[in-house]
Design a protein around this ligand. Structure first.
Ligand code: NAP
Length: 300
């Protein structure tokens, strides 16, 4: 049996995305195969396509996020065909990703899909919501402490704002002025437009989803916490600030919690538009233009 998948064999711009015909993958021990209903497009997919993570010239599959239905279950994987799930398939050099008709994932990396969301919205959750939750874990702040979130209107940033608010943190969101109302509605207590001068040493911690580096470290107080989103690009530690960088990992248990929080309206899935799998290159081109609010979603 064959299927279509978005892959890249020569790194480059959006035109490097190819729709290839490949054998439908089989789940191994501890894995499930998901019939993909929707799969969000993230900056990491664009980075893989562009060769940011390198590679040795073999074909690379695109797509980390997925929503769909369990279709085949490998030995020891405790799911049933027909289960409606969401999942995260990480990996910078895998031959197949989720921008395909079927995807194989570790069984412990998927979770029940939110009951109140359609597949398109559900597929926008895993990478961004898990990143936000894991970045907050790394920051390690207590309820009542102050958190700065840069890039707050983006996929990771907005979930960081709402989850931090849910944990009882006082959140300051840094984003474009047009996003102020939205971010206050998601739980930001304070708002800073992106060209504002940042107060120095004012926050217990920062999650730097806009990759501002030193500019986001300076507003953190001595002994606070800074969490970046590009391992290797975080600023040098100073003033006893703990400097960490997120490297998101699949976590089905945590994803199930986030799925429940989505059903409760605490985590909001945002979708900017959909593209058929055949037009995946056009979706990459639109992502590259910037200015989106919400994820673009590939529909096979
Ligand atoms: N290491 C990991 O495990 C991991 C996991 C997930 C994501 N990431 C990385 O995290 C970053 C954010 O991901 P994302 O999905 O949230 O991206 P996104 O949806 O594109 O959001 C990025 C946001 O940052 C904003 N921004 C850019 N420059 C800014 C500035 N100077 N001040 C304030 N806001 C600014 C953008 O606003 P405009 O649209 O107005 O420009 C946009 O809203 C990406 O680099 C992604 O690759 C890393």
């Amino acid at each position: 049996m064959f299927m279509r998948a978005a892959t890249v064999s020569r790194f480059g711009g959006p035109e490097a995305v190819e729709i290839t015909k490949v054998p439908v993958p089989e789940p191994g021990p501890g894995q499930v195969r998901v019939k993909v209903a929707a799969a969000a497009l993230n900056p990491v997919d664009a980075a893989m396509r562009a060769g940011v993570f390198g590679g040795t010239g073999e074909r690379v599959g695109l797509g980390w996020d997925v929503a769909g239905t369990v279709d085949s279950v490998g030995p020891g994987a405790h799911w049933s065909p027909g289960d409606r799930v969401i999942g995260l398939a990480t990996g910078h050099h895998t031959p197949l990703g989720t921008h395909a008709e079927y995807a194989v994932l570790p069984a412990d990396g998927i979770a029940p899909a939110p009951e109140t969301l359609d597949d398109i919205h559900a597929s926008a959750l895993p990478l961004n919501a898990l990143s936000a939750a894991q970045a907050l874990d790394m920051a390690g702040l207590r309820p009542g402490q102050n958190l700065l979130v840069t890039g707050a209107a983006g996929g990771v940033g907005a979930h960081t704002v709402e989850l931090a608010h849910h944990r009882g943190l006082k959140v300051t969101a840094l984003a474009s002025a047009r996003d102020e109302q939205f971010l206050r509605s998601r739980g930001a207590e304070h708002f800073l437009p992106r060209d504002a001068a940042l107060p120095s040493a004012a926050f217990d911690g920062a999650v730097d989803a806009a990759v501002l580096g030193e500019a986001a470290l300076a507003p953190v107080r001595d002994g606070g916490a800074y969490v970046g989103v590009w391992p290797g690009q975080e600023p040098a530690p100073e003033r006893d600030i703990r400097v960490d960088a997120l490297d998101v990992r699949a976590d089905g248990t945590r994803l199930a919690e986030l799925s429940r929080l989505a059903d409760q309206g605490i985590v909001l899935a945002r979708v900017a538009g959909t593209f058929p799998l055949a037009d995946a290159a056009a979706a990459h081109a639109r992502l590259t233009e910037g200015g989106l609010r919400g994820r673009l979603v590939i529909v096979p």
